[in-house]
Design a protein around this ligand. Structure first.
Ligand code: ADP
Ligand code: MG
Length: 224
């Protein structure tokens, strides 16, 4: 329990620091972006340079928004939400990406689940992060099975992919900031997700077998 508390306090500090820096970076970045756009309109010599600049900007934007999600959410909006519906919407959103990677998403969402006190945008962020990872881990065709059901006093959400899997010695690093095995990864997705689930008093667990696939479990406690 002690270790857990320390880890949590560290996460908190890292989060506040990260969010502060992200805010400071965003302003000059917006200004630079504006000027580059002006340049692009007048300078027609090297159009491909601008497309590189634009895609690198998008990358920075992506990192910054993940950083900002680490902060204590400015406008936490906890409401009674239908988690099954949020999950369905997110799957719908990610389905094109899945299909492009040859992945069939199968979702089994129990009907009439009890509502859950939560921030729907944050939960959506978690689902996007986990589904994105599953898609990125599946190099050849496969299924991604997503289930959501009530077990006793919890909602249990499961994301089961048939991707490359994770060797046991890597599992413990997954929630660390900047831990990524991808060339273009930020290593922030799972850390942000962990923090959000923690804010909802839930638990996130990863189970994996190399070469077979990975299951990400999320347990959310229903209040009595
Ligand atoms: P990123 O996706 O930017 O690398 P994440 O925090 O989302 O960062 O994930 C951290 C690492 O965890 C990934 O780089 C990958 O090695 C591993 N990982 C996460 N989800 C999966 C998965 N479904 N299958 C295999 N590896 C995964
Ligand atoms: Mg990720």
């Amino acid at each position: 329990a002690e270790e857990y508390v320390i880890k949590s306090a560290k996460l908190e500090m890292a989060g506040q620091l990260a969010a502060g820096v992200a805010h400071e970076i965003r302003n000059p970045l917006t200004s630079i972006q504006g000027f580059i756009q002006l340049l692009e309109e007048t300078d027609k010599r090297e159009p491909e340079y601008f497309s590189i600049i634009r895609s690198e900007f998008e990358r920075i934007e992506g990192i910054i928004s993940e950083f900002l999600a680490l902060a204590k959410p400015q406008a936490v909006n906890f409401q009674e939400n239908d988690v099954g519906l949020i999950l369905k919407q997110t799957i719908h959103l990610m389905n094109v990406q899945a299909i492009m990677h040859g992945i069939e998403v199968v979702s089994v969402i129990e009907p009439e689940l009890p509502l859950f006190q939560s921030d729907q945008h944050q939960l959506k962020q978690v689902f996007i992060n986990v589904i994105k990872n599953a898609i990125e881990a599946t190099t050849s065709k496969g299924q991604l099975i997503i289930t959501c059901k009530k077990i006793k006093s919890h909602l249990h959400i499961e994301f089961q992919d048939q991707g490359e899997g994770i060797p046991p010695e890597r599992i413990k690093h997954l929630f660390e900031p900047f831990y990524s095995t991808k060339e273009k990864g930020t290593g922030l997705g799972l850390m942000v997700s962990y923090k959000i689930i923690e804010e909802h008093k839930g638990i996130m667990r990863v189970e994996s077998e190399e070469g077979k696939g990975t299951i990400v479990h999320i347990f959310l406690p229903l209040s009595s």
